[in-house]
Design a protein around this ligand. Structure first.
Ligand SMILES: Nc1ncnc2c1ncn2[C@@H]1O[C@H](COP(=O)(O)OP(=O)(O)O)[C@@H](O)[C@H]1O
Ligand SMILES: [Mg+2]
Length: 139
């Protein structure tokens, strides 16, 4: 069975990527893993306690958002799994893709906080550069 990994950061572009990957999973009768990465905080002015609190709250938010997405797909006949990881988004996407031996990674062209100045965002561009499997960047 073909395995698809889609990277979701809550942005409109990643919603488009998710929509596309659902179409592909249905078409290919493949399985779909939806991954949301909570970026590490590098704000040195924060205490460890504050950093942990913010991280926990971002992780909770990401988990809830993944749960919503999973529920919205429950009527469709796709094998769906959701994952929340912490760390560098591109690295976690690449690492998950390798560990799960996925056949395709799907990302949006842009993210939540980026600028449209670049043709594709920093995370999607790093994934395209370093991935060993095909990558679909949805525009
Ligand atoms: N934290 C994240 N977790 C999961 N996917 C992500 C994350 N950040 C970015 N992505 C994926 O990469 C795509 C492009 O985002 P990104 O490269 O971060 O653009 P920008 O530089 O505009 O923020 C997103 O649409 C999403 O598919
Ligand atoms: Mg981004």
């Amino acid at each position: 069975m073909q395995k698809i990994l889609v990277a979701h950061d809550g942005s409109k572009a990643s919603d488009k990527a998710l929509k596309k990957s659902i179409e592909l999973a249905l078409h290919m009768r493949g399985s779909l893993t939806i991954l949301s990465v909570v970026p590490e905080l590098y704000l040195t002015e924060l205490t460890d306690v504050d950093r942990n609190k913010i991280s926990e709250s971002l992780t909770r938010e990401a988990t809830e958002s993944m749960e919503k997405v999973r529920k919205s797909l429950s009527g469709k006949s796709i094998d769906v799994k959701t994952l929340v990881r912490q760390g560098d988004p591109a690295e976690k996407i690449l690492e998950t893709a390798q560990k799960m031996k996925v056949d395709l990674i799907v990302t949006g062209s842009h993210g939540r906080h980026g600028t449209k100045k670049f043709l594709i965002g920093s995370v999607s561009s790093k994934v395209v550069d370093y991935s060993k499997c095909p990558v679909l960047v949805v525009k």
